[in-house]
Design a binder for this molecule. Sequence first.
Ligand SMILES: NC(=O)c1ccc[n+]([C@@H]2O[C@H](COP(=O)([O-])OP(=O)(O)OC[C@H]3O[C@@H](n4cnc5c(N)ncnc54)[C@H](OP(=O)(O)O)[C@@H]3O)[C@@H](O)[C@H]2O)c1
Length: 250
Amino acid sequence: MMNYGCEGLNAVISGGTSGIGLATAEKLLADGANVYILGRSVLRGAMAVQKLQAATERKAVYIPCDVTNGEDCRKALQSIGESLHILVNAAGVYMEKRLENFTEEDFSYIIDTNVKGTMLLTQAALPYMYGGGSIVNIASDAGINGNYGCPLYCASKGAVVALTKALALDYAPNIRVNCVCPADVDTPLLRKQLEDSNGGYTMADMAEAYPMQRIGRAEEVAHVICSVASPVNGFMTGAVIPVDGGLTAK
Ligand SMILES: NC(=O)c1ccc[n+]([C@@H]2O[C@H](COP(=O)([O-])OP(=O)(O)OC[C@H]3O[C@@H](n4cnc5c(N)ncnc54)[C@H](OP(=O)(O)O)[C@@H]3O)[C@@H](O)[C@H]2O)c1
């Protein structure tokens, strides 16, 4: 078991009800943090809490929140009513579509969740980080390099990378802001991507692109998120960290 030094700290994780966010919640909870997971689906929230509770006696709290809605974000943070030490912005959505096929609704769906949602939740959280804190945004390899067939997603994650650097400057030295960039990771998001491709490609096809010859696991990304968030990691801010099996090294 890793020790991230987060015992007794309060951590909010958007997208903490699934995939990478849920794996992060699991690790922070095991490390002794008080964990608040945010997401829209109450059912997914209840299932996530059940899973977390089965692994530890520490209490995880689910708070319904749509990060595209500023009022929701403010209410979520208010309902915790305590100082906040860690914020992980993991809520995100993916779309595979070429530019010529975009609708304006597609723009709203991707940009509002991945960019505006990250900004609104961070804005709501900042007043509670008065004792100092650590923010970890989840971008993607697609925010560093381009990728085929998903320009809107790439643009949204590129914005998260730039936002991370800008916030790191504005909020130093009290608040560190870093960005973790996973490549393909086996989560519900990726399984939906495979389904939507209608057999166009498989997980094995994806694996071929990687120097490590496989895609990632949620707990591998979660480990890096917890390490970056950790107060032990006090000198890192404005960093963009790939966790991508060597993909962006190519
Ligand atoms: N998996 C990958 O291959 C991969 C690769 C690179 C980057 N990423 C990034 O990693 C992050 C986590 O992805 P994942 O693979 O773990 O996805 P996932 O399993 O689909 O989980 C996404 C989470 O975000 C929440 N969410 C989505 N829209 C939301 C909204 N408007 N308000 C609040 N919560 C919202 C979902 O809950 P509700 O739907 O209930 O709201 C869910 O908890 C995302 O930012 C994604 O872009 C993933």
